[in-house]
Ligand binder design. Structure first.
Ligand code: PMP
Length: 460
């Protein structure tokens, strides 16, 4: 350990004194004190008090390969010794970024032979926004500028990403969205499906895009952007009819289709990319997280061949980051993607652990009185806390019950996340069947405690 050893209390004090946390109410955090995570292995974290914690969220949906892979740290060291940094701006490249690009073209769906590198999901999304607008400029249709996203979608925290995302609590801070962004409603069957079958609802929800295109004017719309499965919005899984209908509408009106694969990419659904699970073909897709399993910050925008050719035909594309294609991040991403493929990790999610998780997840949570819409694909799953299952009534004060439930899980040393009153989970893809059983045992005990608390508080 290279850090200085301190007591938990000392770390807490220094953290409160000097560290501003993301998406955090600082005053309230500093009152409680942070939990110090000191090391990790496989699907487990340890805190500074020696507690072993099951990470049911793979960090922030990113540690696909699991923690503690020494081969990745060795690759990083070797690359740092050899070429710690060089840029790719001025007619130069380096072996690490060339090898990664070659490998990514192999694991990507057909027609995606090019990538543009970033350092995060947000930067991938901002890069995509600029690329989409540049595409239409080069095509001689500069009036096609508007990108359509979805309410409750999440596309990052930069000004572009936060604008395109549909989190109103983010828009409220900083006068967002920027111009040229529009939103449609999310395909949440449980809430909006009413008397329709899921298949009917999927088509109806996709038609909201058509309505919006007609409202704005197809000649002004550049792209539709969506996560194959909305992650931070609470693991909203659209019916099977949704994406094919979205694709048909985009083609009809000559609008680029963009998938934000930052969470779904690199095996989360059991396919390499979420678009393959749903059977649609975007023009561009954004990635980060699972690309390096979070071992180093790196993102990539996968550019379809038509868009890549158009951007190339336009001469200079005036965009890039000092660390685009950073050698150490690229070398680690290469080793990570190679391991996800060659060790059969993605395939195991599709054939074995994914189906097992989904079966056990439904068995475990289907029985509770205040748990409904138990859902998931591969190793991304969720359920929703509800007041009344029969009437699909949600709790008042959206998010309060989720936070209460999440805290009970944390207390039992299992990390799951509350997105409003959706309880979500996305563990490392290396989780075993035995570990799934143990995790769900703890989760079931936590929900029992939650329902007991509801009764004690007179809320149920
Ligand atoms: N897009 C999606 C779909 C995401 O889930 C996230 C992060 N959760 C982002 C973009 C932003 O990624 P980052 O936090 O790496 O900037």
């Amino acid at each position: 350990m290279t850090q200085q050893q301190r007591s938990t209390a000392q770390w807490r004090e220094l953290d409160a004194a000097h560290h501003l946390h993301p998406f955090t109410d600082t005053a309230s955090l500093n009152e409680q004190g942070v939990r110090m995570i000191t090391h990790a292995d496989g699907i487990y974290l340890w805190d500074s008090e020696g507690n072993k914690i099951t990470d049911g969220m793979a960090g922030l949906w990113c540690v696909n390969i699991g923690y503690g892979r020494k081969d990745l740290s060795e690759v990083a060291k070797r690359q740092m010794d050899e070429l710690a940094y060089y840029n790719t701006f001025f007619k130069t490249s380096h072996p690490a970024v060339v090898e990664l690009s070659h490998l990514l073209a192999q694991v990507a769906p057909a027609g995606f032979d090019h990538v543009f590198y970033t350092n995060s999901g947000s930067e991938s999304v901002d890069t995509m926004i600029r690329m989409v607008r540049r595409y239409w400029d080069v095509k001689g249709k500069p009036q096609k500028k508007t990108l359509i996203g979805r309410w409750n979608g999440y596309h990052g925290s930069t000004i572009g990403g936060a604008s395109l995302g549909g989190m109103t609590y983010m828009h409220e801070q900083g006068e967002l969205p920027i111009p040229g962004i529009a939103h449609i409603e999310q395909p949440w069957y449980y809430k909006h499906g009413k008397d329709m079958t899921p298949e009917e609802f999927g088509v109806a929800a996709a038609r909201w895009l058509e309505d919006k295109i007609l409202e704005i004017g197809a000649d002004k719309v550049a792209a539709f952007v969506g996560e194959p499965i909305q992650g931070a919005g609470g693991v909203i899984i659209p019916p099977s009819t949704y994406w094919p209908e979205i694709e048909r509408i985009c083609r009809k009106y000559d609008i680029l289709l963009v998938a934000d694969e930052v969470i779904c990419g690199f095996g989360r659904t059991g396919e390499w990319f979420g678009q393959q699970h749903f059977g649609f073909k975007p023009d561009i897709f954004t990635t980060a997280k699972g690309l390096s399993s979070g071992y180093l910050p790196i993102g990539a925008v996968f550019v379809g061949n038509d868009v890549a050719a158009t951007i190339a035909a336009g001469g200079d594309f005036n965009h890039g980051f000092t660390y685009s294609g950073h050698p150490v991040a690229a070398a680690v991403a290469h080793a990570n993607v190679k391991a996800l493929r060659d060790e059969g990790i993605v395939q195991r999610v599709k054939e074995e652990t994914g189906p097992y998780m989904q079966q056990r997840w439904r068995e475990t949570f289907g029985q509770f009185e205040h748990v409904d819409d138990v859902r998931g694909v591969g190793l991304i799953q969720a359920f929703t806390l509800v007041k009344n299952k029969a009437t699909r009534e949600l709790f008042d004060n959206w998010g309060e019950m989720g936070t209460m439930c999440r805290d009970i899980f944390f207390g039992n040393n299992l990390i799951m996340r509350a997105c409003g009153d959706h309880m979500v989970s996305a563990p490392p893809l290396v989780i075993t069947k035995a570990e799934i059983d143990t995790m769900l045992g703890t989760a079931a005990r936590s929900v029992e405690t939650f329902e007991k608390k509801l009764r004690e508080r007179g809320l149920a």
